[in-house]
Design a protein around this ligand. Sequence first.
Ligand code: DI6
Ligand code: FE
Length: 411
Amino acid sequence: MAGENNSRAGVVRIWRNARLATLAEALPGLGIVEDGAIAVQGGRILYAGPEAEMPAALGQNAEIIDCEGRWITPGLIDCHTHLIHAGNRANEFEMRLAGATYEEVAKAGGGIVSSVKSLRAASEDELVAQSLPRLDALIAEGVTSVEIKSGYGLDLENEKKSLRAARRLGDERAVTIRTTFLGAHALPPEAKGDKDAFIDLVAKEILPAVAADGLADAVDGFCEGIAFSPEQMARVFDVAKAVSLPVKLHADQLSNLHGAELAARYGALSADHLEYTDEAGAVAMAKAGTVATILPGAYYFIRETRKPPIGLFRQHGVKMAVATDNNPGTSPLTSLLLTMNMAATLFGLTVEECLAGVTREAARALGLLEQTGTLEAGKSADLAIWDIERPAELVYRMGFNPLHARIWRGQ
Ligand code: DI6
Ligand code: FE
């Protein structure tokens, strides 16, 4: 169980005879160490590197695990999910496959509002119970940290309920949970079309209350024609700044509202989606150190045709994370392995970019890079051990899980 005291906190455990993809920034590419070993104590990495160079003192009285030549990567990190939701929208999917338009789906009670209705009707316990299988699916593939957004509650009580349920998932499973307040996600029915009044409610009442309760680690918004304008998002971000919460943004997914630049202006941890981002957006993100989170699941599921400007991100040195965007409407995806395959086949990311995207860069996108995301001394011992011959297999396969073992905080 997570949170349980480690009675063996003093014991050193060593995973030896392994090949390491450390993802350490100081090393080129994947930071590969052949004949590697990792020593862990009290949930932290003491040493990660060549077995031959490990300080001999660490080996005394240590518990030794022989990895038999397997690969070890950092535990995977899903840095963008809407994992807490109620019900699903398979009915809508079926309607659309039968030829229904979005308007017809919406008229039949579908769309984001139907997920809001379902979430409001669910108790906190029900939300936890419904979301656990999704979390378990991620964990089964070596995930050790997950970001979870609110945004289907859209009023104070239901946003708080969502964030509490998200935090509780971290008590139920051995995984790090980071919560993000996404009040500015969609307009609830009771707002009766008045986006400005709703943004006022989010910025002046809901966000301050959520922050005061310590329920959110970051603040996000959906900046889009069908959601909120850059000006409206700026009003939310000003309050986020005032309560010292970092921001993220769903930006330029369906049109170019210059959301990437807005995010950069606020020093956002990440801007996400980015299909329509232009060069000015990429330059601004590079300058601000804002990570580009690439979400191929939504692109695939809604059959988008415009791809994010990967070439511009590379050219200007924007770091790229890769995430599932797990949500009931546009990305019912609970596999980071498949997400990597999609990022490679649909957007042309390299194996190195994919693996960095679900480890080091995902950690950066959550502000967690000092704690996790690479195999380096001082960081949390979050590891994934794989039955593979080369790292490319993690990106290449579709629907196959070669995880041998997962270690979270040394356990
Ligand atoms: N971007 C999306 O694609 C969705 N939310 C968001 O911010 C859609 C979420 C849904 O349809 O439930
Ligand atoms: Fe999203």
